[in-house]
Write a protein that binds this ligand. Structure first.
Ligand SMILES: N[C@@H](CCC(=O)N[C@@H](CS(=O)(=O)O)C(=O)NCC(=O)O)C(=O)O
Length: 215
């Protein structure tokens, strides 16, 4: 039975879709419309009490939190498709480190930029120039650390593409495209080369081809 992925058009679920494609795992999707409040429907909340996307259903097994889901499938199907976790426990430690860096340091400022630059005009919520300025400054400092790391290592965890790199694509795509802030990457030579490498993977282009972002 195929894995069911809820909310494929949104950014966080795209982490899951790319992982499933890299691991050659069949999936089907359930389209939901956040702007219509589908994710706050009582029936959905029974499955995902935080009312966020993605959610996956794999038979009787249900999982949410995109980074937990990609770790689960990368481990469950370690010997199938692309190895996204590295070969040694030391590799794995670095994959986990950079996954956490993405969640704790890269994601918060970029998420604030997405909300205040892209979603605010559509939702009629405030677009706070101070938040935008501070988020860009925070993200710039994070990308400076990435520039140093990627001057010594082709990918974040080492010489292999991993979940850590994959996890950056859905919101990095917003930065490079819809938000028109690609200069933050292009001004950093090694980050720029890394972004071109990971964003040109056939799996990511397949995700973009199948499921357009709502904004
Ligand atoms: N930590 C969660 C965050 C998921 C999340 O924020 N999803 C957004 C959609 S997107 O920002 O990823 O495109 C959502 O459901 N937002 C609706 C809401 O938070 O009410 C994960 O990684 O799965």
């Amino acid at each position: 039975m195929a894995v069911k992925v809820y909310g494929p058009t949104y950014a966080s679920p795209k982490r899951v879709l790319m992982c499933l494609i890299e691991k050659e795992i069949d999936f089907e999707v359930v389209l939901l419309d956040i702007f219509k409040g589908d994710h706050k429907d009582p029936e959905f909340l029974k499955l995902q009490p935080f009312g966020q996307l993605p959610l996956v259903q794999d038979g009787d097994y249900t999982l949410y939190e995109s980074r937990a889901i990609i770790r689960y499938y990368a481990e469950k199907y370690k010997s199938q498709g692309t190895d996204l976790l590295g070969k040694t426990i030391e590799d794995r430690g670095l994959v986990e480190q950079w996954l956490e860096v993405e969640a704790q340091h890269f994601h918060p400022p970029i998420y604030d930029l997405v909300l205040h630059v892209l979603f605010a005009p559509v939702l009629g919520t405030p677009s706070d120039a101070k938040v935008i300025r501070e988020s860009e400054e925070k993200l710039g400092k994070v990308l400076d650390i990435y520039e140093d790391r990627l001057s010594k290592s082709k990918y974040l965890a080492g010489d292999f593409f991993s979940l850590a790199d994959l996890s950056h694509l859905p919101f990095g795509h917003y930065l490079m495209n819809q938000m028109k802030k690609g200069y933050m990457v292009r001004d950093r030579k090694h980050v720029s080369a890394w972004w071109d490498d990971i964003s040109n993977r056939p799996s990511w282009n397949r995700v973009l081809q199948l499921y357009q972002y709502p904004i």
